[in-house]
Design a protein around this ligand. Structure first.
Ligand SMILES: C[S@@+](CC[C@H](N)C(=O)[O-])C[C@H]1O[C@@H](n2cnc3c(N)ncnc32)[C@H](O)[C@@H]1O
Length: 224
């Protein structure tokens, strides 16, 4: 699993270029992925939501705009990333490690984490910590990269390991931070493996919705 010191420093280095680079590297698909997950969260009419590993706040902002009566708390352990979330309009932000959240048990209706869990030093611990702060019956939403099915997998791996780091290097000047991305995606539990990990950490009714040929998957699970 990723080294938290490397991860925090890597995001601090790319924070100023992160938003633009994301849109370019995903070909704009990231707008669609956030739209899908926000639409589903809106159906639940949450009053209090935490967006964990919120980074520059794209998902938190979208949820804040789409569900105005929901209190949105954006947390991240990288102050440089979260400063952008604040300046872009996220009203509540807090620098906090997802492995040790400074919130009471049973506090949130929804916890969301987009492209964040994969970067954490201990996936089971992070899942249990997010479980703790959820109210009973509350829901966890994970949006993250996953493994597409063949034959698309081969093209995708070429893109991840050969095109993406060079393109991101040009945009950010930090190629190594994006070489890490490909490896982190390949080591991250995907599909059935993520469902099993959620179940092993107490969640029920876990489901997976693959998007864009399975490059990204939205997971939803309930605190029992
Ligand atoms: C790829 S960015 C995702 C940001 C945002 N959620 C998005 O969708 O654009 C990953 C974020 O995870 C954060 N992160 C990684 N490990 C963390 C941890 N243990 N606690 C809190 N944040 C963490 C990083 O600082 C970074 O901002």
């Amino acid at each position: 699993m990723p080294d938290p010191i490397y991860v925090r420093n890597a995001f601090a280095r790319i924070a100023d270029r992160y938003v633009l680079t994301n849109h370019v590297l995903s070909g704009g698909m990231d707008f669609w992925w956030r739209h899908v997950i926000t639409k589903r969260i809106k159906q639940l009419r949450p009053r209090k939501l935490m967006d964990v590993a919120s980074g520059t706040g794209d998902l938190a902002l979208k949820i804040q705009d789409e569900i105005p009566d929901c209190e949105v708390m954006a947390t991240d352990f990288c102050a440089e990333m979260l400063a952008h979330a604040s300046s872009r309009g996220v009203r509540k932000t807090l620098v906090a490690d997802a492995l040790d959240l400074p919130f009471a048990t049973d506090e949130f209706d929804v916890v969301s984490v987009a492209f964040g869990l994969r970067n954490m030093g201990d996936y089971p611990l992070a899942l249990r910590e997010m479980y703790r702060v959820l109210k009973p019956g509350g829901r966890l939403f994970i949006l993250d990269f996953s493994q597409p099915a063949p034959p698309f997998q081969t093209i995708y791996r070429l893109y991840l390991h050969h095109v993406l780091p060079k393109l991101a290097g040009l945009l950010t000047g930090q190629m190594d931070a994006y070489e890490y991305l490909g490896d982190s995606i390949e080591q991250f539990p995907s599909g059935k493996d993520m469902i099993a990990l959620l179940a092993a950490n107490g969640y029920g009714n876990a489901s997976a919705t693959p998007m864009t040929f399975g490059v990204v998957t939205a997971y939803e699970a309930v605190k029992m």
